[in-house]
Write a protein that binds this ligand. Structure first.
Ligand SMILES: [Mn+2]
Length: 387
């Protein structure tokens, strides 16, 4: 099957409108092909490693990519051996459990170390049997800052060296460990984090744990989101200097992000659903920022952002003084979340269904899924007597 050439001219992706409404090329590939490709790439990466080397598996956001590349840098500088980084998403192709299974089943020479950074307890549960099967050939070190239950932590400690601490993001935890400034001991010598990297770690932390005091943190996040993983990681290795060196690249990504944001907010339609003032936006882009603008600045009680891939997000005022049932609406559609931010996925079963949606791109009011979403909202609104 042809790969990139299978996207016809009918689906260009070269303007803000098309970037907002046309899914990226590989959206049209069957999952089985996406999975095979990701697994093949993973195996090629890991086959370069010897017994003394390390594999780092991490999340693919700013904190994940930065912590992954800093873990590699730390390991390589204190051991003199090599490490490779495998960025993954929670539900994407070749996720953590799949990667570890491949390592157990398909790789002839397994690396002596696997480090996992910025990935949470749900993945540990899914990968636990593979982690146990790696030992004693391979040892595992896990650094994370998400919520873990006591039971999960005690299971983790039985099969891995763990640093689970919610006081700072994963990148910042690695910075502290490498500086010898963390209470927990990790089985790698603390040789001192390069200052430039510590400075970037502070900015990543500001973003990742929502301190949001440093104006540079949004630039870092946008760079991580829009650049290729490899490009971002090689830039992050230079530390805070990255923001100067890549100033123009980041500015271009920011411009695109802002244009996508404006488009989402400007094309949103207003609906009254069971007495609730709802704004419905359609398109790819920074959906949390768009949702935030629609409720906080434009005064809607609930913002709905639908994407061409069938995913949909709900946002309400963070003050929790108005609508606080976003998670209940999302649950009606098979998703979930929090009272003021939640998400779900509508199933686009056929290609035709997608095209139908795409052709109505600039008219969210006519979108065939709006009725489904409004129904979910109105069920919740009628069940909840207003305060
Ligand atoms: Mn993180």
């Amino acid at each position: 099957m042809p790969t990139n050439t299978m996207i016809p001219d009918r689906f260009p992706r070269n303007s803000i409108d098309t970037k907002a409404t046309v899914p990226p090329g590989d959206f049209f590939l069957p999952n089985s092909i996406k999975n095979d490709r990701a697994e093949e790439e993973f195996l090629q990466r890991v086959e370069q490693l010897g017994r003394q080397d390390a594999l780092v598996i991490t999340h693919d956001d700013a904190d994940g990519l930065t912590s992954g590349i800093y873990m590699k840098d730390w390991f390589e500088s204190v051991t003199g051996h090599s490490a490779v980084v495998q960025p993954t998403s929670y539900r994407g192709a070749c996720d953590l459990p799949t990667s570890l299974k491949l390592l157990n089943d398909e790789v002839a020479v397994r690396p002596g170390w696997v480090f996992v950074t910025d990935l949470g307890a749900s993945l540990f549960e899914a990968a636990q049997s593979e982690i146990k099967a790696l030992y004693p050939d391979t040892e595992v070190g896990w650094i994370d800052h998400h919520q873990w239950s006591d039971e999960q932590l005690s299971e983790l400690r039985q099969c891995a060296h763990s640093v689970i601490d919610d006081s700072a993001c994963a990148t910042q935890l690695i910075s502290e460990l490498r500086d010898g400034a963390h209470d927990v001991r990790f089985p790698l010598e603390s040789d001192g984090m390069p200052v430039e990297q510590s400075d970037l770690a502070t900015v990543v932390n500001d973003h990742d744990i929502w301190i949001k005091e440093d104006p540079r943190s949004d630039r870092v996040a946008i760079f991580a989101e829009y650049a290729d993983d490899a490009e971002y990681m090689s830039a992050a290795l230079t530390g805070i200097e990255m923001l100067n060196e890549y100033d123009e690249t980041i500015a271009a990504y920011e411009e695109e992000n802002n244009a996508l944001l404006d488009r989402l907010v400007e094309t949103a339609v207003e609906r009254d659903v069971g007495g609730l003032d709802v704004a419905i936006a359609y398109g790819y882009g920074p959906s949390a920022s768009a949702g935030n603008d629609l409720v906080e600045e434009h005064g809607h009680e609930l913002a709905v952002v639908m994407r061409p891939d069938g995913s949909v997000s709900f946002y309400a005022h963070s003050s929790e003084e108005e609508f606080t049932e976003c998670h209940v609406v999302a649950e009606q559609l098979g998703g979930g979340g929090h009272p003021t931010a939640a998400g779900a996925g509508l199933s686009l079963e056929a290609f035709e269904e997608y095209v139908e949606l795409w052709e109505r791109q600039n008219r969210p009011g006519e979108n065939p899924y709006v009725a489904t979403i409004e129904e979910a909202i109105s069920t919740v609104v009628t069940e909840t007597p207003s305060a």
